[in-house]
Design a protein around this ligand. Sequence first.
Ligand SMILES: NC(=O)c1ccc[n+]([C@@H]2O[C@H](COP(=O)([O-])OP(=O)(O)OC[C@H]3O[C@@H](n4cnc5c(N)ncnc54)[C@H](OP(=O)(O)O)[C@@H]3O)[C@@H](O)[C@H]2O)c1
Length: 344
Amino acid sequence: MPQNATVNRRIVLASRPSGAPTAEQFRTELGEVPQPGPGQVLLRTLYLSLDPYMRGRMSSGPSYAAPVGIGDVMVGGTVSKVQASNHSNFKVGELVLGYTGWQDYAVSDGKGLSAIPKEERHPSRALGVLGMPGFTAYMGLLDIGRPVAGETVVVAAASGPVGSVVGQIAKIKGCTVIGIAGGADKCDYVTRELGFDFCVDHRADDLPGHLKAACPQGIDVYFENVGGAVFDAVLPLLNAKARVPVCGLVAAYNAIELPPGPDRLGLLMGTLLRLRIKMQGFIVFDDYGPRWSEFADAMGSWVLDGRVKVREDIVFGLENAHEAFIGLLQGRNFGKLVIQLAHE
Ligand SMILES: NC(=O)c1ccc[n+]([C@@H]2O[C@H](COP(=O)([O-])OP(=O)(O)OC[C@H]3O[C@@H](n4cnc5c(N)ncnc54)[C@H](OP(=O)(O)O)[C@@H]3O)[C@@H](O)[C@H]2O)c1
């Protein structure tokens, strides 16, 4: 059923996954379109962002944010149209960025909403390069990675919204940039379209050997998006005083136990100590919220002048959200994954 004016489709968390999520963990509920009260707006969702962190919200284990409750709407960033307004700051017809989740409609008191400029021709970019993923790439690379011209920067999930922006900023800063991505098409895109110097396919044989060949000067900044076998290949190549912003560990998000094999903690700690490597995790809005406008100014002009290129993977229909999300955790997306719920 497509989006319509009278029914609110909501995708709720039906159960918590063990390992990779399946369709069973999601349930679609149909309800009435909510009515805005005094000081509230009614929002109609046009675009829903799908992001790897949502896998963490489906579980009840320790995290930096509360899990989604069973029966609650799945959380997510959205671009919505104001359908009705009893709020002086928002007019009917305006587009806003919010966090209204996997549903067609939501009411809001305006807190956490920000207006998307009327002249923005690609409003969905507020969920990607001009939004949370772009901000993550910008802060993690520049504040923790601190790349210097001539250094070698490596980033995995290199065709995705975080990795692609990390690599492009590192190129702007004059670095040699090596991407790691899944498959020949993504690697081709990363080098030909985005201008990375080289890209290694982590799904092909001998990732450690290919990465070593691609980084003859070693690695000065490794922007960590995935962990797992990719990090195992990176660790022996890190240079003295390397910086490792730990942004995400998507290879382990569906894991239910530690990976098999010898305990590598001693190797990691020994390498950090011997080479005086700085490895630091971060949660972008918690750690860098006040620097949003600095990011927005820089990224806005880089995108405008074509120095940062954008690729979106837009899937139409809320009913396809859970399959697209399951695919995201397996690398089936190619670019920033966005669900389009309706045409404006
Ligand atoms: N710390 C923060 O504040 C923050 C904020 C936003 C995002 N993040 C993290 O940043 C990372 C990237 O996010 P994104 O939105 O840009 O995701 P994304 O690139 O759109 O999607 C995740 C990608 O990870 C790759 N992947 C999945 N399993 C993998 C595996 N086993 N080994 C290697 N690569 C694998 C896949 O790309 P390939 O096909 O190329 O392998 C997949 O497309 C995620 O870890 C996310 O959680 C952190």
